[in-house]
Design a protein around this ligand. Structure first.
Ligand code: ARG
Length: 576
């Protein structure tokens, strides 16, 4: 689509005595396909030229000669509208949609983006709210890669803190009582709960936990040994889940990775004269950049902070990867933290800090009845947390019921378990993309598993259905003559296909994967409008050439759907 906008702007600019990019920025899509494919509004010129917009549209159109890629240039009310030629439209859609680089571009070639996502605090199972950062971040990493960026994905695990001291206390206590506490992720949760019970009976356990954490910080052999086990087991547990979600990371550099790097960072801050004492702590004041709360670098007891780790991490990422952009996919509650961190980096004189961006998102909550009583992201301790694994399992079980109830043949029935995993997990993943990321999400099963529309399973089902149409036709689309696809409805599908690469670009420029979800739903809607008009758009007809062209169109839509689902992290089942 972009190329066509540019071509229209290049034709218009000289006639209007304006520059190409200004004109390009004013172009829009006419509301109805019969009006044309690209429109230039003449309103803003009216004042300057002292003429009515429709008159300007008429005069400008008369000056322009339609040539490839346009078949027609015409005034429509106050607009100059362009109709893309069938030949150009086909070359940009059907011909490309069937190749493997459909939707890909090289707009990010030569640039590197670091994406920090998921990044949970470990030593307990993943709560369901982590799905947000995990899936938005994973989708962004695929989208940037599709646009030619070099992508470095980072899991900035919260793997350092007094909570490890707490686990150690509970672990040692169990051992002393002759029990053998496990160390896997489920055992860690038990230890966590046990510690809190201990502490409730005797507050001295709190001091013990601090003591163990101090030992860890001092490099005590036993403390370090236990910590390593807890971290490794935690990561193992995480990776089982990540595998189900189709998520991977290039780097697991958690908070502990920066233990030996913060001293130097703090020193650089000091050398730049930015470090100030405030109530016994060391801070960087940020009032001059409009942030009232100073950034805490070192606490009263000398301990470093979450912010110091992020400052070290940013320096490290820049020196290791030389990023142009560094995205932090983290809930909007941490907005102040990131504003502080980015401001300190800028004060330190790092130009590259301009490329740091907090990709925020709203809250995920569960209404009453979805998981028993009403719960948001509560405390692990009180059992108020909904674990991601439980949500996935529940969704897969529900998907399985739906599949078994509706299975039309034995093949589907026999693969119900495998299929349910794709659909159930896909349903949960897709809820992340049903709205702009800044919006809060209220999860319901009806929305997530709605087979009729606006859900992951619906898109997956549509994909399988298109594949079945292609399979049943038994047609080889090689050499199909797509110029036959000239009805308004067919043209609508072609125009919608044209939006795919542009949607990928837009999702990247706005860091908004939901744009892809919205696009795919729109594509399905436009396709269905054509498909359900059986009278005029039967896929299999007596006209062999027409049939071939229509099957090629179905194949192009299917390919787009499968590429789009993959970008979001959903599987595209072959049969459903
Ligand atoms: N571990 C943090 C949390 O769970 C999120 C870390 C985000 N990334 C970062 N570089 N601060 O709240």
């Amino acid at each position: 689509m972009k190329a066509f906008y540019r071509a229209a702007a290049e034709l218009l600019a000289p006639a209007l005595e304006m520059d190409v990019s200004t004109v390009e920025g004013m172009l829009l899509r006419p509301p109805k396909p019969e009006m044309g494919d690209i429109g230039f509004p003449c309103f803003t010129l009216a004042k300057e030229l002292k003429k009515a917009p429709p008159q300007i549209a008429g005069e400008v159109s008369a000056k322009l000669q339609a040539a490839e890629p346009f078949a027609e240039i015409k005034p429509v009310g106050p607009y100059v509208n362009f109709v893309i030629s069938q030949k150009a439209l086909i070359a940009a859609t059907i011909d490309k949609a069937l190749s493997s680089d459909w939707g890909r571009s090289d707009s990010g070639a030569g640039k590197t983006v670091v994406i920090d996502y998921s990044s949970p605090n470990i030593a307990k199972p993943l709560g369901v709210h982590h799905i947000r950062s995990t899936m938005i971040g994973a989708a962004l990493s695929r989208l940037y890669a599709a646009c030619g960026w070099k992508v470095e994905t980072v899991n900035h695990l919260g793997d350092w803190g007094t909570n490890f001291g707490q686990l150690m206390v509970a672990y040692k206590n169990a051992e002393e009582n002759g029990k053998n506490p496990g160390t896997d992720i489920d055992s860690q949760l038990k230890l966590y709960v046990e510690f809190h019970d201990l502490k409730d009976s005797n507050p001295a356990y709190e001091d013990q936990a601090r003591g163990w954490f101090k030992k860890l910080e001092d490099g005590d052999e036993e403390a370090v040994r236990l910590w390593k086990i807890f971290v490794d087991e935690s990561i193992k547990g995480l990776q089982t889940l990540y595998a189900r979600l189709n998520v991977t990371f290039d780097h697991y550099t958690g908070e502990s990775f920066f233990n030996d790097k913060m001293e130097a960072t703090a020193k650089r801050i000091e050398e730049k004269g930015l470090l100030e004492e405030s109530e016994d702590a060391l801070v960087v004041k940020l009032e001059d950049v409009g942030i009232d709360t100073p950034c805490l670098i070192r606490k009263t007891d000398g301990a470093t902070t979450y912010a110091t780790r992020d400052l070290s991490a940013a320096e490290y990422r820049q020196s290791e990867y030389g990023f142009n952009k560094c995205l932090y996919v983290v809930a909007n509650q941490q907005e102040l933290h990131f504003r502080q961190v980015f401001s300190v980096l800028k004060k330190m004189g790092y130009d590259w800090a301009e490329g740091c961006e907090h990709v925020k998102f709203g809250m995920l909550s569960f209404g009453a009845g979805v998981f028993g009583e009403e719960r948001t992201t509560g405390s692990t301790r009180k059992g108020n947390v909904i674990f991601l694994e439980d949500v996935l399992n529940r969704s897969v079980a529900k998907a399985r019921e739906i599949i078994e109830d509706n299975a039309r043949d034995d093949e589907v029935k026999n693969s119900a378990a495998e299929l349910a995993e794709k659909v159930g997990v896909g349903a949960i993943i897709f809820t992340e993309f049903m709205q702009r990321r800044m919006k809060d999400v209220v999860f319901t099963w009806d929305k997530a598993l709605n087979m009729q529309g606006e859900s992951g399973p619906y898109l997956q089902y549509t994909h399988a259905r298109l594949l079945s149409v292609i399979r049943k036709s038994g047609i080889d689309t090689n050499g199909a003559d797509a110029s036959k696809l000239a009805s308004t409805l067919e043209r609508g599908v072609l125009m919608s296909l044209l939006d795919f690469p542009a949607s990928v670009e837009r999702a990247v420029s706005e860091n908004e994967p939901s744009i892809i979800a919205e696009y795919l739903l729109e594509l399905c809607a436009v396709f269905n409008r054509m498909y359900s008009d059986k009278k005029n758009h039967q896929i299999i007809t007596d006209d062999e050439a027409l049939t071939k062209a229509r099957v090629a169109l179905v194949e192009a839509v299917r390919s787009t759907l499968s590429n789009g689902l993959a970008l979001l992290g959903l599987a595209a089942p072959e049969k459903m």
